[in-house]
Design a protein around this ligand. Structure first.
Ligand code: DAK
Length: 259
């Protein structure tokens, strides 16, 4: 595997670092292929409880799709690039464990779409978000016209997409593009701590919570509530739910076995 994306696994936490700092971590086909390989590996590793994605260097999370590479694409290659990007981001969104974006700087175009494919986003106080594709005569190509509206609402999303303007971290938090902001030098440590908390919770419950919510937002409320009720019932068949409730009653920490 190339070093386009660095992977580190520790304490049930997989940290993926997009690693092209000289190009502000722009997404080229090598990065997308490496990301896909790591996501595939993660999807079959039951020891991983949470994933964190960040960018190498101090300046950028991901400053978009690689414009230099894109500018050379034939229509056929562009279609392949778009299909690869969609496939990777969809796989990421469908990972059974929560995925957190630690946005450590510019988060633009394909980078913002990458953050939108993650379940939870935290940002450094110096981060900038945006979908500037219209400045290049393009539109977002990795799901941004769809996921952005679902996350922050149609009006705010279209305003960002058609102006291409950048949003600073404080506004990003205010409009729901990220949950919270931290000083740049504390971001990764704070996000790792939060991911560590998730990793300690009942793993089957965490996965089911994500699954039910992801499925439910695409469904009518009555159907979504039925998903939840079924999943809730299924948890009573798991050793972890028995252990969690027993541990509470016995006033001790639960020892979950992921079963
Ligand atoms: N691609 C390639 N290289 C990039 C890049 C990018 N997106 N962003 C930055 N770089 C490179 C710069 O070219 C520069 O390289 P050198 O000149 O040093 O070799 C290096 O990173 C440092 O950047 P700057 O010198 O520009 O740094 P500044 O601090 O002055 O400015 C900036 C930072 C983030 C404001 C600026 O770099 C910038 O505006 N970058 C471009 C941001 C952008 O437009 N992002 C959106 C890209 S378009 C589709 C599929 C996907 C997409 C669309 C369609 N389908 C197939 C349908 C997605 C599109 C996009 O994401």
């Amino acid at each position: 595997m190339t070093d386009a994306v660095l992977a580190n696994i520790e304490g049930g936490l997989l940290t993926l670092t997009i690693n092209r700092p000289k190009a502000l971590n722009a997404l080229n086909s090598d990065v997308l292929a490496a990301l896909e390989a790591h996501i595939d590996a993660c999807s079959t590793d039951s020891s991983i409880r949470c994933v964190v994605i960040t960018g190498a260097g101090e300046k950028a999370f991901v400053a978009g799709a690689d414009i230099a590479q894109m500018s050379q694409l034939t229509p056929g290659e562009a279609a392949h690039f778009a299909a690869l990007g969609h496939a990777v981001f969809t796989k990421l969104a469908k990972l059974s464990v929560p995925v957190i974006a630690a946005v450590n700087g510019f988060c633009l175009g394909g980078g913002c779409e990458l953050a939108l494919a993650c379940d939870i986003v935290y940002a450094s106080e110096t981060a900038h978000f945006g979908q500037p594709e219209v400045k290049l005569g393009l539109i977002p190509g990795f799901g941004g016209t769809q996921r952005l509206a679902r996350r922050i609402g149609e009006m705010r999303a279209l305003e960002l997409v058609v102006t291409g303007r950048m949003v600073r971290a404080d506004e990003a938090k205010q409009i729901g593009l990220c949950v919270d902001t931290f000083p740049a030098d504390a971001l990764l440590a704070r996000v790792t701590k939060i991911a560590g908390t998730i990793a300690k919770r009942g793993p089957v419950a965490v996965r089911l919570a994500k699954r039910v919510q992801r499925l439910g937002v695409e469904a009518p409320l009555a159907v979504a509530n039925a998903f939840e009720a079924e999943a809730f019932g299924n948890l009573f068949d798991t050793a972890d739910a028995r252990e969690g409730m027993t541990a509470f009653l016995e006033k001790r920490d639960a020892a979950f076995g992921n079963r």
